[in-house]
Design a protein. Sequence first.
Lengths: 411, 114
Amino acid sequence: MPGLSIQQQISLLYKQQSRRILATLIRLLGDFELAEEAMQEAFSAALKQWPAEGIPEKPRAWLISAGRFKAIDRLRKLKRQAAWADEFIEHTGDSFSLSTQDIDDDQLRLIFTCCHPALPEDARVALTLREVCGLTTEQVASAFLLKPTAIAQRIVRAKRKIREAGIPYEVPEKKQLPQRLNTVLQVIYLVFNEGYCASSGDNLVNSALMDEAIHLTRQLSHLLNTTEINGLLALMLFQSSRRAARTNEQGKLLRLDQQDRSLWNNQQIKEADRLLQDILPKPDMGPYTIQAAIAGLHADAPHYKDTNWREILAFYDLLIRIQNTPVVALNRAVALSMAFGPEEGLKAIKQLNHSGVLDNYHLLHASQADLHRQLKQFNQAAACYRRAIELSEQSAERHYLQQQLDKLNKP
Amino acid sequence: MKYLCLVYANEEQLHSLPESPEDSECYAYSEQQNPHANFLASEALESVETATTVRPRGNDVTITDGPFAETKEQLVGFYMIEARDLNHAIDYAKGIPAARVGCIEVRPVRDLDI
């Protein structure tokens, strides 16, 4: 990495590798907190030693090894744990080797541990986002539309259960894999979306998270070749292909109809198309495969006006049957309005929120505003935009909504 | 790690369903070598109708008839095992004959802090 100072290189290494290093340390040490502390200490040691000694040949292995020794030191200092530390050293040996394969597998092991069925469902997702992907508690909270304190408590309880109930760090056996896979896929897609939509802060496109999610799915696909894994991979590739086109130079969010489609990543679209071709005729299509098919219809339209909305609506009708969630219902309403006009879309949205549970969902108000605008109902449109701006935590998105609101005032 | 596998079932049906295990099968499960865990101890319990709950408070002791909690499924027995981790303990629990007509609560044993 020429041109970067050693500190910058360490910081880059932290950004790119810290979660993998942590996963391996958790396996070696058998404890989340201990591993987290050990990793931080290993990076501090690197900051002290590397400027003088130079960057080691295998920096990741150096950091893992340093972290492991820091943890052993710490355990030795705690008298109560001394016996355990000795046993641990005896067990793993003073020297140990770590291949790249071992380290990659550790991340997979950690995912399956975080998604263990003995943990409460909501804790699995929170834990994976926090521990495997390194999201902050605040980011996890916003992905769930919940308060950070609630998420923090969930994570603490889950870690305690892993430790005290003896949930192991291992990839499940083949016969148990399919059952354990669903939560894992759900988690990965949330990770991807956290990168794709970056729910708070100014960093609209958090590419690293998207790459992480795609990388994890490829690893899974390699391990277990199922329709839904490949469906999810195709879905994420389609969405990822629009990365460069989703914002303008000012970081402003662009809708599908405003995007320069020549900026879409053709290589990713082709790969996703190939994956879809292999899996689409299968009768066991799950939610990810169906969503991939929808994303594929967008990707294959040369211009926005060429989009096949009726076919998209048909896939949404299929999707809502197996995944009747507010997000899916809202997207279906939008597809409905594109295929059959804004009145139909508005009717569907109003029906969707008739009980008021989705009052805090900013995209619902934003979609409603767009439809009122198309029907030239400017007062209602303005009220909905204001509510959406109030609820959105993403500055680029707020900026976009504000612009739409301003445009209403100068027809 | 030590785990206590608590066997819960509806007592009234425990011995009368087509899937209900014979005592000899329950005994055999505790005797046979298991690839997932080492067996330490197990017992079957008499009906909750025979249970007595004892609650000492200061100098007083409250003694009441019946189990600590009235539930649809009752504690009918236990297996204490030694297993490498929860996955192995779960694999052991799956094979407990009475699990077919009830369920097993797998609880890690806590070492006393002494």
